[in-house]
Write a protein that binds this ligand. Structure first.
Ligand code: GLN
Length: 383
């Protein structure tokens, strides 16, 4: 019998590195500092609120753009945090996760042969998201080792096909954050053009050393061309809930919802009902930076006993480090060996480069219990 032939839409893509490394970690019973998720419990109160919503019969479809009280609570929050007034009816859409919001934003704006500027290392979904829409990723390297943006290099790759630029702060995988100078750089690139901005801000509450998060929501001139994507999973330690949202001006939101309504259509109702109440508790998101900063600092201190050299991290769940002193191997091989032999799983940073660029750097996730970080470092010390 003939087997059916399928022409891949994503011929160069394998299984995402996060899934690969988590599977390897569990196979070898390794401490998992790879995929970014907390291993400590989320808020009991938020769990109880979801439970209560289910018991109160909030179990049918909510409106397609999301549960209105949740959208109102988000509008209140962004006004409080970023002095940004957005309309919950026409500018906020609840999505099943931040990654989905980003994919939908790309699908909303891209036409075949459009170009999108992507900074590398880049979160691994961006380029496949662009390519599956028939567009082309134009890669600009963040400048190693502090991973800053060279805005002149950006200007040099702008063409009449440039449709969008995707930014991500705090940055996954490097933990770098955008400064006012970067906002100026971005403004100078997009001003007077039809270039859209997709701003991945899923780590907005995980920013350290009293650095302010420069959300695109703060800048009305930039927001008018932007899709700002965020995540509840990162904020409330429930990455498995896959809940996020996208804020964009009304004309853009209208088109975004056309894509969303025929994909997921809407999101899990009881979770939205619960989040609408929980979002009012400002402490729950305001306290996150210091909790996570403590974890970062503890991890940095512990890692001094190893042969890794860590880079700086100013935000996110992550910190990168080089193993130059330990091996000449490529980062993928080294990460696999470290999982199998030392019993610690990490993410090789070359997975965030389309061309396999390899600076011999691994990404460590420090959003873990103290005991987990200690167990991991104890294994690394002797390796
Ligand atoms: N965002 C998470 C990370 O960077 C992973 C999400 C996923 O596995 N798709 O580790």
């Amino acid at each position: 019998m003939n087997t059916i032939q399928l022409v891949s839409r994503l011929p160069n893509v394998g299984t995402t590195i996060f899934t690969v490394m988590s599977a390897l970690a569990s196979e070898h019973k390794a401490v998992n500092l790879g995929q970014g998720f907390p291993d400590y419990p989320m808020s009991e109160e938020l769990i109880a609120l979801v439970n209560e919503a289910m018991k109160n019969n909030y179990n049918q479809y909510p409106p397609m753009p999301g549960w209105m009280p949740l959208r109102e609570a988000i509008a209140e929050k962004v006004d409080f945090l970023y002095q940004s007034v957005v309309n919950p009816d026409t500018e906020i859409t609840i999505t099943p996760g931040g990654t989905y919001a980003i994919y939908s934003a790309f699908t909303t704006i891209l036409q075949p042969d459009d170009e999108v500027i992507v900074f590398e290392p880049a979160y691994d979904s961006y380029i496949p998201n662009i390519e599956i829409n028939g567009a082309k990723a134009v890669r600009v390297a963040l400048v190693y080792p502090d991973y800053h943006i060279d805005w002149n290099a950006v200007k040099n790759v702008i063409t009449d096909k440039t449709k969008a630029i995707i930014i991500n702060s705090p940055h996954n995988p490097t933990g770098s954050v955008l400064s006012e100078k970067d906002i100026e750089g971005l403004r100078s690139v997009v001003e007077g053009t039809n270039i859209f901005i997709i701003s991945d801000e899923v780590y907005e509450h995980l920013i350290f050393d009293n650095i302010p998060h420069l959300s695109i929501l703060r800048y009305p001139d930039l927001l008018k061309r932007s899709f700002v994507c965020s995540s509840f999973g990162k904020t409330y330690n429930c990455t498995g809930w896959k809940m996020g949202y996208c804020i964009a001006p009304p004309e853009l939101t209208k088109e975004f919802r056309k894509v969303h309504q025929f994909n997921a259509f809407t999101c899990h109702t009881p979770t939205q009902v619960a989040l609408a109440t929980f979002l009012k508790n400002r402490d729950a998101f305001l306290s996150l930076s210091s909790i996570m900063q403590e974890k970062r600092d503890y991890f940095i201190e512990l890692m001094q006993q190893t042969k890794f050299t860590l880079q700086n991290s100013y935000g996110s769940y992550f910190i990168c480090g080089t193993y130059e002193k330990m091996s000449d191997e490529g980062d993928k091989d080294f990460a696999i060996r470290l999982t199998k032999e030392a019993g610690v799983a990490t993410i090789p940073v070359s997975a965030f480069y389309q061309n396999g660029k390899d600076d011999k750097v691994l990404r460590f996730c420090f959003s873990k219990k103290k005991e987990t970080l200690e167990a991991a470092v104890n294994k690394l010390i002797n390796y």
